[in-house]
Design a protein around this ligand. Structure first.
Ligand code: SF4
Length: 278
């Protein structure tokens, strides 16, 4: 029996890379349980898009967020209760388009959340418009003549913003991806796993990724080496690009305080509301 599954019917297209992400994440949760991380202490959130359906398919606690706002939600959850591990599932449009400011500042302040990006280079749910990671020439309903923009490199962006854990994975390397998820969740501070996710309906990249995805042997030694590895185009390197220790935002700002344990009761909150009205 799959005790992480829910009642929800799965409506992803057959062959979608999201299936690999879902299965790898379940593996990661089970692996973490053997390291004494309870699934009750893992809370999830998601944006809006095909990726976000993963929220419905996982029997875990969480809060469904808005398009581009999952990282703001995730940071709020972490600040309310720093004892939980917060995972935000986002799409490439979600994280690198509408929500890019949240992404940059979460990385900059080392917010202790894990960001899993279902990076398929298209807005799949709305039938294939181009996103910030679509390749130049990408054809879709909003770019019928082909996109004239170069895509940006999300790993370079978060490395430049100061991210302390940066990784890239591929759903067809399932065990490897599960390991990246588990390591990202265990990391104390901002962690991101950019997943090369083929969208079989609007951007089928399986052949390309099968040819180019290459596992790295080790974490690059310096920030400059991480940046160089992230920018390679002859190979799409997968693995951990950066993993450094730095005090996370909630410890800097809250110390050891756990706001969820000291929150005001109903009558105190009502008194505060009444005071604010006079
Ligand atoms: Fe997956 Fe693309 Fe289908 Fe969405 S449209 S479920 S991303 S294959």
């Amino acid at each position: 029996m799959d005790d992480l599954a829910t009642y929800a019917e799965n409506t992803w297209c057959p062959g979608c890379g999201n299936f690999g992400i879902l299965n790898a994440f379940k593996k990661a949760v089970r692996r973490l349980e053997t390291d004494d991380v309870s699934r009750q202490d893992i809370v999830i959130t998601a944006g809006i898009g095909c990726h976000a359906k993963i929220f419905d398919y996982l029997r875990l606690s969480g809060f469904y967020s808005l398009h581009g706002r999952a990282l703001a939600t995730a940071q709020g959850m972490k600040l309310a209760n720093p004892r939980v591990k917060v995972v935000a599932f986002v799409g490439d449009g979600d994280a690198y388009g509408e929500g890019v400011a949240h992404l940059v500042f979460a990385a900059k302040r080392n917010a202790d959340i894990t960001v899993i990006v279902h990076n398929n280079g298209t807005y799949g749910l709305t039938t294939g418009q181009y996103t910030p990671t679509s390749v130049k020439g990408f054809r879709g309903p909003s770019t019928p003549g082909g996109s004239v923009e170069e895509p940006f490199n999300p790993l370079s962006l978060v490395l430049a913003a100061g991210a302390t854990f940066v990784a890239r994975g591929y759903p067809l390397k399932l065990d490897h991806l599960a390991d990246l998820f588990a390591r990202a969740i265990q990391h104390e501070g901002f962690s991101i796993v950019d997943v090369l996710q083929p969208c079989v309906s609007f951007n089928n990249t399986y052949e390309l990724y099968n040819r180019l995805a290459t596992e790295m042997d080790s974490v690059p030694a310096s920030w400059e080496d991480s940046m160089a590895a992230a920018r390679r185009t002859d190979r799409l390197l997968i693995g951990v690009f950066r993993d450094v220790a730095q005090k996370p935002f909630h410890e800097e700002s809250l110390g050891s305080r756990v706001p969820a344990q000291t929150r005001a009761g109903y009558s105190q909150r009502m008194k505060a509301v009444r005071r604010s009205l006079v």
